[in-house]
Design a protein around this ligand. Structure first.
Ligand code: BDR
Ligand code: CA
Length: 317
């Protein structure tokens, strides 16, 4: 059983990923921590509480701080054209959800939960890496107590999606991502190199909705807005970025990985670019030296990933 903390900015593809984690039999979802990105921290936290309520999820929700690791960074606008004004496809999420958030800020929730379960917790982070970097700053020793960190973010051998150089989750807080990649915990990055190949068609989404009862039907309703946005990028359907990271936790054999230290460009025209120094190559002295070797996903069996997502979230509760 994988004990998972899900660090997320719901977000439409985040919602699918949350349902996957909630319904997969080998995953014990022990916490949801929120970060801003697809919408403000107020909205992403409200959405996490909403999904917890409607999908009957036990895990507590802890709210992130709502500013970048370096607070002087300029604000990047919310991507309302992708996720809607409510972050969940404009389905009309209630303004207030009658559930409490955990009293701890997200990064402290991460620290205390990892310390209570040493060597057992996998952190799946599918938004900006702000909470992870704050946890490392407050308690650097926590890194060696984490089992695994799986991240959706970055673009290594392909262009970015928010600039030609950068993917949105990394671009939203590059300093936090750089700290996260350099820490002595095992990181696997599931970035655009593989997620953009993993496209759920409208037909598959409709089949999941038909098979999966009310939970899947709500997910399908939330996803329509995102599918319409993706019409300009893919022939049919939606790129399931965040679910790919969740699938990696239970089925890493569906991905091909490359090992090497990772750095993130902070500032300039390539702000947020992720660059790996493959272990198989040597260079003169560089800022990648003496850093932990991390995993970057460079290949994916997209059909098998989609089949596993469909089987998991298409399971009626
Ligand atoms: C990432 O950015 C967000 O819009 C998505 O939820 C995903 O985590 C893709 O670049
Ligand atoms: Ca996300």
């Amino acid at each position: 059983m994988h004990k998972v903390i899900f660090d997320t900015d719901p977000g439409i593809d985040d919602a699918m990923a949350l349902l996957f984690l909630h319904q997969h039999p080998d995953i014990d979802l022990i916490g949801i921590t929120t970060v801003f990105g697809n919408a403000s921290i107020e909205t992403t936290t409200r959405n996490a509480l909403y999904l917890k309520q409607v999908w009957n999820i036990d895990a507590p929700v802890a709210r992130g701080l709502g500013e970048t690791f370096d607070p002087s960074r300029p604000h990047v606008n919310w991507p309302t054209e992708i996720h809607g004004h409510d972050g969940l496809g404009n389905i009309g999420v209630p303004e207030r959800i009658d559930l409490d958030v955990d009293p701890r800020p997200a990064h402290r929730f991460i620290i205390e939960t990892v310390r209570a379960n040493p060597g057992e917790v996998t952190i799946v982070a599918v938004g900006r890496m702000t909470n992870l970097a704050l946890a490392l700053r407050e308690d650097p020793d926590v890194a060696v107590l984490v089992k695994d960190v799986v991240i959706m973010g970055g673009a290594f051998d392909v262009p970015g999606n928010i600039t030609p150089a950068a993917e949105a989750n990394i671009h939203g807080d590059p300093d936090a991502a750089d700290v996260t990649m350099m820490a002595p915990w095992p990181v696997t990055v599931v970035g655009l190199d593989v997620t953009t190949k993993t496209v759920m068609t409208r037909k598959l989404m409709a089949e999941i909705a038909a098979a999966g009862g009310e939970r899947a039907a709500l997910l399908a309703r939330i996803s329509q807005f995102y599918i319409e946005f993706y019409e300009q990028h893919v022939e049919d359907g939606m790129v399931v970025h965040d679910s790919c990271a969740c699938v990696y936790v239970v089925a890493p054999h569906l991905f091909e990985t490359r090992r090497g230290a990772i750095r993130v460009v902070c500032g300039g025209i390539a702000d947020g670019q992720t660059i790996q120094k493959p272990d198989s190559q040597s260079f003169p002295e560089s800022p990648w030296d003496d850093l932990p070797s991390q995993n970057v996903c460079v290949g994916v069996d997209a059909d098998a990933v989609l089949a596993l997502i469909a089987e998991t979230i298409g399971r009626a509760a």
